[in-house]
Write a protein of this length. Sequence first.
Length: 225
Amino acid sequence: MTQTSWKPGPARPRLDAETVDVWRVALDGAPADGPLSAAERERAARFVSDQDGVRWTTARTALRQLLGGYLGVPPDALRFAEGPHGKPVLAAPVSVDVRFNLSHSGDTALIAVAQAREVGVDVELSRRAVDHVAIARRVLEPAAAERIAALDDPREREQAFLRAWVRWEAALKCRGTGIGGAAAPAIGPEPWVVDLDVEPPGAAALAVEQGPIAVRTWRWPPAQS
């Protein structure tokens, strides 16, 4: 597991081809009134729960501010599009080949940013009682599902399930398919996957194209310059 200090990141972050940055965002607190587009504001307003809308807005604001910082452009200048399977991509500006991925669960979001290589990130916090063994047997590899089923302690079983789940989903997001494309044949080498340290009960993982690679872990917002 990557040793993650989650210290405030640099005010002017920079990327290089051999490093991936992962930012941890606390979604609870004062609502973020960020540089969102009209479409983003409309989506935030559609959440049934006000808390969910605020959390989504905070995560999206952090994403825009971080990408704007890497590119040296105002956050509201960013334009997004979707890949073939719905994965968000940066449409403008494109002066630097920046790839990114965002995941959020409960009060926590993770944002992965890389240069010229695909990334996928996933975080899952414990939220409700579910049949972890049944889900594992339905979607994970048989060996992983049986390892989870063999654990007697419910807390250990949940933790093992979450760790296996985030690794699986991060890899799918890196390939650009998401869960909806899990059954499609994989094209190209498997992504490099590493666990990220979040407090239990919870788990997180990062998947990177053409790894292994150095991983830097930061906390948002960045340190003041």
